[in-house]
Write a protein that binds this ligand. Structure first.
Ligand SMILES: [Zn+2]
Length: 377
C-alpha cells in the first residue's frame, strides 16, 4: 500500500557520527538555503522501473551532491545537465550494504533548483556507508526514465582491534598483552552475534559497503595466536566469515617455540581467515634506525615468499613513528597502524592510511568494555 508523507525539510547543520566524502560532487549554491518540499513514499516494487545493469547505460543528466562537510549526515542531491524535459524526479536511494530491497523513493518537483532534494541518513536509521542514488525523471506522458545514477559515501567508523598474545598469563611478559582464549572467544562471538563484518586490509575498499566493518589484528607473530586461529575457525559458518590480520616479525619466523613457524603461517593463510602482514624484520624502533630497506622492504618480501600474497600493511613496532618513518613506509606499504587509541574514520587527510589508530584489547578488558569500544559511532 502506498503511503505518501509530506515532509518539509529545512537545511540545518547537525553534527553526527557519519562523515561524508563525496562521489561525483559539485557545489551548487542555489540549493543550500532553500526549503525543500519533498514527498517520500515507501518503496513499491510494482512501480519501480526495471533496471538492467548489464545494458550500457547512457546518462541523460548528472547527479550532484552538496554541501560537503566530512561530518555531515545530510546532503543535498540535485540532477544537473539534464537532456530530457521532466516535471519531477524520483530519487531511488538504498544503502549498498543492505541491498536494493532497502530502497526508498523521494520525489522532488523543484525544477528551478535542479530538482533538489535534501537527503538525510535518518531515513536509513542513521546508518552510514555508501548509498546508491538513481534519478528517474517523470516525462510528459507519465512514464519514468532513468536519467542518472551515482553513489555517495557517508564514512563509517572502523575499529581496528589490537591484540598481542592469546593465552593464559603464566607470569612471563606483560600481563596486559595477554587475552585469555576464553575472553577472546566471548569477544569474537559478540562480533558474530551483533552482525559485524570482519575485514582485512586487502578488502579495505569494502569498508563502506558492508555492515559494521571491523578489523582484528595481532602484533608480534606469537605461537599462541594459533589459539585465536582455532577459535575463529570454530565460529565460522555461512553467515559469519572470520578474518584477521597477523603482523609477524619477519626475522623471528621459525625462531623457537614461542613464535609462529612457516608451516603455521601457511596453514593460517590457506584457511582463508588470516592475512599475514609485516611488523618489520627485527621489531625495530623505526625512528631510531637507518636501514629501512631491511626492516620495511626485506621483511615484506620475506613474508610474501612464504604466503604467496602481497604484503600491504605494517604495524609500527612499539607504535613508534615519525615523519621520516612515514615517508619510508609509504614506499612499500599502503596501510600502517599505530598504537594510538580510537576507531578509524577516513577524513581525506594526507597519509591517514599510514597513521591508523587502533583499539587496544587487554587482559583486563571486560565484555561490556569491549562492546563499548567496538560500538558503531
Ligand atoms: Zn610489537
Amino acid at each position: 500500500m502506498k503511503k505518501l508523507i509530506n515532509l518539509v525539510l529545512i537545511s540545518t547543520f547537525l553534527l553526527s557520527g557519519c562523515s561524508l566524502l563525496e562521489a561525483n560532487a559539485k557545489t551548487n549554491k542555489d540549493v543550500t538555503t532553500i526549503k525543500h518540499v519533498v514527498v517520500a513514499k515507501e518503496p513499491d516494487q510494482g512501480e519501480s522501473p526495471e533496471v538492467n545493469d548489464n545494458t550500457i547505460f547512457d546518462p541523460k543528466g548528472t547527479i550532484s551532491f552538496s554541501p560537503l562537510t566530512y561530518q555531515s549526515t545530510k546532503i543535498t542531491i540535485t540532477t544537473i545537465d539534464r537532456t530530457e524535459n521532466v516535471s519531477a524526479i524520483n530519487y531511488h536511494i538504498w544503502r549498498t550494504a543492505d541491498g536494493q530491497e532497502s530502497m526508498k523513493i523521494f520525489m522532488s518537483n523543484q525544477k528551478e533548483n535542479n530538482y533538489s532534494f535534501m537527503f538525510d541518513t535518518k531515513e536509513f536509521l542513521d546508518k552510514c556507508g555508501e548509498f546508491q542514488v538513481e534519478a528517474y525523471g517523470k516525462l510528459e506522458d507519465g512514464r519514468e526514465e532513468l536519467l542518472a545514477k551515482s553513489a555517495v559515501t557517508f564514512q563509517q567508523h572502523v575499529p581496528i582491534l589490537m591484540y598481542h598474545a592469546i593465552d593464559e598469563y603464566k607470569g612471563e611478559g606483560l600481563k596486559d598483552l595477554f587475552v585469555t582464549p576464553a575472553n577472546f572467544e566471548v569477544q569474537m562471538r559478540y562480533l558474530k552475534d551483533k552482525g559485524y563484518t570482519l575485514l582485512t586490509f586487502e578488502r579495505w575498499d569494502e569498508v563502506n559497503k558492508v555492515n559494521k566493518p571491523i578489523l582484528v589484528t595481532f602484533d608480534d607473530g606469537m605461537k599462541n595466536n594459533l589459539n585465536a586461529f582455532r577459535i575463529l575457525q570454530e565460529l565460522k559458518d555461512e553467515r559469519f566469515q572470520p578474518a584477521a590480520t597477523e603482523y609477524v616479525i619477519a626475522g623471528y619466523i621459525d625462531s623457537g617455540s614461542y613464535r609462529l613457524s612457516t608451516e603455521d603461517i601457511k596453514e593460517m593463510v590457506n584457511s582463508g581467515i588470516f592475512s599475514i602482514q609485516s611488523h618489520t624484520m627485527s621489531h625495530a624502533d623505526l625512528p631510531k634506525i637507518t636501514n629501512y630497506e631491511e626492516e620495511l622492504n626485506a621483511s615484506k618480501e620475506k613474508i610474501e615468499q612464504i604466503t604467496g600474497k602481497p604484503v600491504i600493511a605494517i604495524a609500527y613496532p612499539f607504535g613508534h613513528f615519525n615523519d621520516k618513518v612515514v615517508e619510508e613506509t609509504k614506499k612499500y606499504y599502503k596501510f600502517a597502524t599505530t598504537t594510538k587509541p580510537g576507531q578509524f574514520i577516513e577524513k581525506g587527510e594526507s597519509d591517514e592510511l599510514l597513521l591508523m589508530h587502533r583499539v587496544r584489547i587487554s587482559n583486563s578488558t571486560t565484555i561490556n568494555q569491549f562492546a563499548a569500544l567496538v560500538e558503531s559511532r
